[in-house]
Design a protein around this ligand. Sequence first.
Ligand code: NAD
Length: 353
Amino acid sequence: MASTLFFTNCHLSPFSSTAAAALRRHPIRVAPTSLRFLALHSAPSQSSRVAAVAAMGTEASAKVIDGKLVAKQIRDEITAEVSRMKEAIGVVPGLAVILVGDRKDSATYVRNKQKACEAAGINSLEAFLPEDSTEEEVLNYISGYNEDPSVHGILVQLPLPSHMNEQNILNAITIEKDVDGFHPLNIGRLAMRDREPLFVPCTPKGCIELLRRYGVSIKGTRAVVIGRSNIVGMPAALLLQREDATVSVVHSKTLNPEEIIRQADIVISAAGQPHMVRGSWIKPGAVIIDVGINPVEDPNSTRGYRLIGDVCYEEAIKVASAVTPVPGGVGPMTIAMLLQNTLNSAKRIHKFE
Ligand code: NAD
């Protein structure tokens, strides 16, 4: 989590109480993938802005996409699969995490990954290196894990200290153990038709998995991804394209982003801008996946801040057909996808079906 606190101009009641009310009104049912319960609207009308505003009634109408629930289901599936593999061939998947420096947010992420591994029966190995380590020391750890047969996935926690070359370090991870999916060969394969990456980056993969598990049909839709980072926005756009959506990417230099976003049946927002996407930017019936995690000041919270998404949730639930909350949407899916990538890696290396 970034340490900066932002003020937001989407002045609305705190998420927790509103979301809880929405959950009570719209109990969640995770649909089988074949069931398409969300009707996506087709071509946008010329007066879509007016329509979007008019469609924003006072009541929430969107389904809440419950990432916590889906992630729990996936983690249960992984736990069962890990124990089946252990019983059948005596192999336990292993994930190695390298953390350089003492950033509190990074340490929390690493601890959460470690806990999730333990809960799923996956071995977790950690290398904690001091901030002033050299690039060579990090590369030595990577090369050790590349050779270690008990390690099936290697993850370098980002960001790295500024004196290190991130590209050199990520490129050193063998593609067979690149569970974060950031190696240029994996990203290249993701971008090319008829090529299969060995791993897909966890957060965008989690977004697509949420759509899939909620029965949202992607093929033929118009999708907009907000943000073009290497770890979220860019791979999310590639994945949507692979699913036959027509994809536009909005970024910090895009003029009139709301005009483009208003045409989308599916929006994945990963800009890191608190409450940037307002209800009036959303096409009625669109599905909204909010990746953003932004700390904003909150004197009512004991921590002094709370986390909100890129999308003004309270407005979005009145106009969209389905929305992910923050927290509890995409966040829990990221770790679930990391565990899945690690399990799949172990299965591939040991040719276990
Ligand atoms: P980043 O800063 O690397 O990239 C942000 C992208 O958003 C850039 O491409 C930039 O061009 C674009 N952008 C910035 N301001 C914009 C604006 N006003 N309009 C349109 N585009 C704009 O960030 P990132 O690592 O991709 O993360 C994005 C957000 O997602 C952050 O809030 C981050 O905390 C969150 N995140 C969440 C998870 C998760 O598991 N839920 C994982 C990774 C990142």
